[in-house]
Ligand binder design. Sequence first.
Ligand code: PEP
Length: 254
Amino acid sequence: MAKPILVANWKNHPSSLKEAADLLTTLSRRSMLYKKLSLYIAPPYTYFESVSKRIKGFANLASQDVFFSADGPHTGSVTPDILKSFGVKLAIIGHSERRALGETNEVVATKLKTAFIAGIVPLLCIGETSRDDEGNHLQFIQDQLKFSLEGIRRKEDAEKLIIAYEPVWAIGKRASEAMSPTDLAEMVIFIKKALTDIFGRDAADVIPVLYGGSVDGSNAEPLYKETGIRGFLVGRASLKSKEFCEIAEALISS
Ligand code: PEP
């Protein structure tokens, strides 16, 4: 049985390398717990070297983005080769905060291709900004998947892909405002159906779907149990060692 997946998206935190090192020292005390998961930590680029040394043995280094081109001069960009040289195994692609800056499904599709070529596992983020009674959000999710995965049809690629379903309205809120387990279970079925339309049943079956949006120690267990997700993408709670540890425990015990 595949291990549950837990991805820590540190975004632009913590504000110093010293705080990052302190957080990792605390996490490493529970390394035996974290080894039971496929754990990825996505820190700011400037912390890569230090973080990659400190997480050896219990977590993998991840990137919060990947540049869409592998070659050529690109001032200010970090290319997949550079990510690889630091040992990056997974890249978050199409996070809603990047989409809010203007990243389109077309750009996301190019980034996914670049990640596959570089041998970096892409974690494709999808999620509606709002819901309505007419179900327009379902069409939105279907389109995001269809256009973000444009041109990716090889079974080998599909089998490496991970999806993070992150309803934008549920990100950065209190745990009580996260999606309900019942609604999440429905969305996982919908996403799997959309993936089946794109890749066929066999490939879609093996693509893990994660959930992200206000997960903490209090709601991780109900959100994981019986919803069909394979793990979490976590923002704020990944910077709090106690909360993060409780999320990890919920993934192991459920
Ligand atoms: C995120 O931004 O990807 C996220 C899941 O954030 P939070 O856990 O803080 O809601």
